[in-house]
Design a protein around this ligand. Structure first.
Ligand code: OGA
Ligand code: MN
Length: 302
């Protein structure tokens, strides 16, 4: 049976039915998912029932699996295998985080508009986030369409962004939360990478902004110019007409394209309600821009 595609918004988010992600997907089904993914950028697959292995197997259809940044963080014991980014508010023993736990404050970076792994080389392509338990109220995930936001930029702004290169690092987004103390290992792991502010997405041919709270510098600009430009672009890109809000149900798997979307988690009582979301993210095989050599060559222009 062919999959069912139910658009939630005309060009950004769709729900997909008549598919069991726990089974290996045949070529035709996979093509249909790929086509929908290129069109929409955010796909929600409700009522799935997945083991971690099945989740990983589905993700492998979209490229090589990343390893979580949490492995590079000081003193953090992992609750889930390293191919998962742990988006839960639970410690390694499955207890709710304490209010002042470092990992809790660190993960608050997920409440800032961002895209996954723009600070890695190669950068992130598809994220697949699966809900094992959800908060009764709050704890939604919002997504912004950076292609539509790009289309809506004034021509003069778009021309000004052409050719601009930004430095992305997890250290920059965490600095915004007041984190300034990083171990030497963390500094090496999160060394900034260079990314264009505008990019074209090969599958759809659409141009997209590529912005995130991970940006800390833009080539040729002062810190003040960088911060104001990123704030203005983020405000533009996250206007309601570009945003889809996902209200989680247990068993939802939501998949998004990190090359042309931003997202953020919304507030909830995270020291009261467990919320167990687990994410697998794949690397962008086509990311030539992330190559170290090219990055250092461009750094020389600063
Ligand atoms: C993510 C993420 C935010 C949230 O899964 O990458 O940033 O809490 N999630 O929903
Ligand atoms: Mn994220």
């Amino acid at each position: 049976m062919p999959i069912s595609i139910f658009p939630v918004t005309p060009r950004f988010a769709a729900e997909i039915g008549d598919i069991d992600l726990g089974q290996p997907l045949d070529g035709e089904t996979l093509d249909a998912v790929r086509t929908a993914f290129a069109t929409y950028g955010v796909l929600a697959f409700p009522a799935q029932s997945l083991t971690q292995e099945q989740h990983l197997a589905f993700a492998r259809n979209f490229g090589p699996l990343e390893v979580t940044v949490q492995r590079a963080l000081r003193n953090e014991k992992l609750r889930v295998p390293e191919q998962f980014a742990d988006i839960a508010n639970l410690d390694a023993e499955g207890r709710l985080w304490k209010k002042d736990a470092r990992i809790r404050l660190f993960q608050m970076g997920n409440r800032l508009w961002h895209t996954d792994s723009s600070f890695k080389a190669p950068s992130g392509y598809a994220s697949m986030l699966y809900a094992r338990s959800v908060a009764p109220i709050g704890g939604h995930t919002e997504f912004a369409d950076l292609r539509a936001a790009c289309d809506a930029l004034p021509a003069a702004t778009r021309a000004r962004l052409q050719g601009l290169i930004a430095e992305h690092s997890l250290l920059y987004s965490r600095r915004k939360l007041g984190f300034t103390e990083f171990t030497p290992e963390e500094k090496v792991a999160f060394k900034p990478v260079l990314r264009p502010l505008l990019r074209r997405i090969p599958e759809s041919g659409r141009e997209s902004l590529y912005i995130a709270s991970h940006i800390g510098r833009i080539g040729g600009m002062s810190d003040a110019e960088t911060e104001t430009l990123v704030a203005e672009l983020t405000a533009h890109a996250t206007q309601r007409q570009f945003v889809y809000t996902h209200r989680w149900r247990v068993g939802d798997l939501v998949m998004w394209d990190n090359r042309c979307t931003m997202h953020r988690g919304t507030d909830f009582e995270d020291t009261r309600w467990p919320r167990d979301l687990q994410r697998v993210t794949t690397s962008d095989r086509r990311d030539a821009f992330g190559a170290e050599e090219k990055a250092s060559a461009l750094a020389a222009d600063y």
